[in-house]
Design a protein. Structure first.
Length: 150
C-alpha cells in the first residue's frame, strides 16, 4: 500500500487538519474532535485515539477510538468511530487496513475488544468483526448494528 496510516498521538502537527477533515465528514463540531485529539496527545490513557490514512499530504481516510459512539449501550466500550474513506479512494482496501491497524494498536495498549456502531450490514464482517446486537444511537429513530472485534 502506498498510503501511510498515521497515529495522531505521534503526529501532533496533523491535529487541526485531521479535526477539520473529520468534522467535514460527520458534521460533529470541530471542537469536539480537537478536544478528543488533545486527550489523545496527552498519552495518559489508551482511549481516545485517532488515526488517519494519507496519500502524500492529503488525508484520504481515518477513524477514531472513543469511549462511546453516542449510543445507549454504555457497557460496550471502547468504540471505533468515524470510519471514513474518501469516495475516490474506496475499494482499495484502505478501510480494512485502517481497521486492522487500529485493532493491533489497541491490543498493544492492552485493549483486546473493540466495538463499532454502524448501519452497514455486511462490510465489517470482511475484516473479522462480528455482529453482536442492535443499539440505539443518540437521537436516532431506529436501531443500528453493533459489532465487536476481539
Amino acid at each position: 500500500m502506498k498510503y501511510q496510516i498515521l497515529k495522531i498521538r505521534e503526529y501532533a502537527g496533523l491535529k487541526e487538519e485531521a479535526a477539520q477533515w473529520f468534522h467535514s465528514k460527520w458534521n460533529i463540531p470541530m471542537e469536539a474532535y480537537l478536544e478528543s485529539m488533545e486527550q489523545c496527545l496527552k498519552k495518559e490513557r489508551a482511549v481516545p485515539q485517532w488515526y488517519v490514512t494519507v496519500d502524500g499530504d492529503r488525508i484520504v481516510g481515518g477513524l477514531g477510538v472513543i469511549e462511546n459512539d453516542f449510543h445507549d449501550r454504555k457497557d460496550l466500550t471502547p468504540n471505533v468511530c468515524a470510519v471514513y474513506v474518501e469516495e475516490e479512494y474506496r475499494c482499495r482496501g484502505i478501510a480494512g487496513k485502517l481497521l486492522d491497524f487500529v485493532c493491533r494498536d489497541m491490543k498493544e495498549k492492552g485493549i483486546d475488544t473493540l466495538y463499532l456502531l454502524t448501519d452497514h450490514d455486511s462490510f465489517y464482517e470482511r475484516y473479522g468483526w462480528e455482529f453482536l446486537c442492535t443499539a440505539q444511537g443518540d437521537g436516532e429513530q431506529g436501531l443500528s448494528r453493533m459489532y465487536m472485534h476481539r
